[in-house]
Design a protein around this ligand. Structure first.
Ligand code: SF4
Length: 451
């Protein structure tokens, strides 16, 4: 994942903007965030290295766009057509645009936009009910292929089930506000929003707690570096199970199962990823929905006020604001987590497991040797520009790494393209090889943990 900020600066337009991160950051360096200007990265998606290759490779996958401004801010109207052209040119990248200005979406749209570019997700932020009722009808009716709702900062209870029932919203993400003056986020609001997502078969993510989190009547000040991890501990994200309409006749090849679930039939048997979780959170089925009970995960209570500016934590340097922006390393972890969730939804990928034979082998030679083998396999069989017998180079059994490769979509260049957005026809970089080994070893560790 990567971040592209074609312009910087913004004007405050709604309650969610009150403690805007961009303003706080700019204030701290004596800059006026209301001055909007094109950045040196304006054309980042089409910038090329000396080698002639794009600086943003296909492996960057999702490009979070305009994280220190709003893509549809009025001052950028003249620049936006060029930015759209870059997005159109880079069909190998997925651009996610989070906006509080969905009402300005149509201004400067490209002539060939049609029903939307397939590589663009538009996410409308909805910090309160008033803004949800204003923006979501606009979002739903706009010609967009992928839509999301971002409730960050989440300022009050939201009732958006009727919008979700339109089937036009792929995902809802929520989280709290950061900074010393953060407004509180109540856990019951999150659970209510989650229930609405479950009822409508909409993907749901509780992404971060914010700085002031209230649960069971207790308020917690949470340092920024813990906010993402604490939300993950809740383990309440929800992924609807997608059943293709033509599942039975003819069935889709397992490899063709969509990664992004859209609205279709939702399996009543397996709609909650918590069902078999070992998390303290427990879930039980009530009618068509899931009732969460007994969620009681620990939250570090921090006595002192969070001091974001004084921290040397590298996370503090990453572009981020309440509009759903986070640090890079956290995003990488989120990427891995999301990948494994998608893999679990694939009938083909999820059929692979370590058996006694492979487990014994691992116990015998050790995980460091296994990782070394993985590195060798990737370097010799996947990394070349045109791997020998590509598509057939990875046996279905015989080594734990082979199983892991099939289980994680790392078995050939076409699967790398499909599952990891790593384009074929060129050698894999060292970084890409490291990433693939990391994915493989993560799967092996997960399998071993099932013992
Ligand atoms: S929160 Fe977003 S829309 Fe509001 S001022 Fe900041 S960048 Fe602009």
């Amino acid at each position: 994942m990567s971040i592209w900020n074609p312009w910087h600066g913004c004007t405050k337009i709604s309650p969610g903007c009150l403690h805007c991160y961009v303003y706080r950051r700019d204030d701290s360096v004596g800059r006026d965030a209301s001055t909007i200007f094109k950045t040196n990265d304006f054309d980042l998606p089409v910038q090329k290295a000396k080698s002639g290759e794009y600086k943003l490779s296909g492996t960057d996958g999702t490009v979070f766009t305009c994280m220190t401004s709003d893509f549809f801010v009025e001052e950028a109207d003249a620049w936006r057509p060029e930015a759209w052209a870059y997005i159109r040119e880079r069909q190998d990248l997925n651009f996610t645009i989070i906006t509080k200005r969905i009402d300005r979406f149509s201004i400067g749209l490209p002539a060939d936009w049609g029903e939307g570019y397939p590589n663009v997700t538009i996410a409308s932020t909805c910090e309160n009910q008033d803004r949800a009722d204003f923006r979501l009808p606009l979002l739903i009716n706009a010609p967009i292929q992928h839509r999301a709702v971002v409730a960050e900062p989440f300022l009050e209870p939201l009732e958006i089930e009727s919008y979700l029932r339109s089937g036009q919203i792929d995902e809802v993400v929520c989280g709290g506000e950061s900074g010393e003056e953060a407004r509180p986020l109540y856990y019951e609001w999150i659970l209510s929003l989650r229930d609405q997502c479950i009822k409508t078969g909409t993907r749901f993510s509780f992404r971060q707690t914010g700085s002031l989190f209230v649960m069971n009547g207790h308020a917690y000040h949470i340092e920024r570096k813990f906010q993402l991890a604490q939300a993950q501990k809740a383990n309440i994200n929800f992924i609807p199970v997608y059943i293709p309409k033509d599942f039975m006749n003819p069935p889709l090849p397992p490899e063709e199962e969509p990664i992004h679930a859209t609205k279709a039939a939702i399996s009543p048997e397996s709609t909650d990823q918590n069902r078999n979780s070992t998390s303290p959170a427990t879930a039980e089925i009530v009618d068509s929905g899931i009732h969460i009970s007994g969620i009681n995960y620990p939250i570090e209570e921090i006595d002192e006020e969070p001091d974001l500016t004084a921290s040397s934590d590298e996370n503090q340097d990453a572009p981020s604001d309440e509009a759903g922006h986070e640090n890079h390393s956290a995003r990488e972890e989120e990427q891995i987590r999301s990948l494994f969730e998608h893999l679990q939804q694939s009938r083909f990928r999820s059929q692979f497991h370590l058996h006694k034979e492979e487990r014994d082998y691992i116990a015998k030679i050790g995980l460091s040797k296994i990782e070394s083998h993985a590195r060798d396999f990737i370097r010799t069989k996947l990394a070349p520009k045109e791997p020998f017998h590509d598509g057939k180079q990875t046996p279905m059994h015989g080594h734990p790494v082979f199983l892991a490769q099939h289980a994680t979509g790392c078995c050939c260049r076409e699967c790398l393209r499909k599952w990891h957005h790593i384009s074929p026809g060129r050698p894999l970089t060292e970084e890409e090889q490291d990433y693939i080994v990391h994915v493989i070893m993560t799967w092996i560790h997960k399998e071993l943990a099932k013992q």
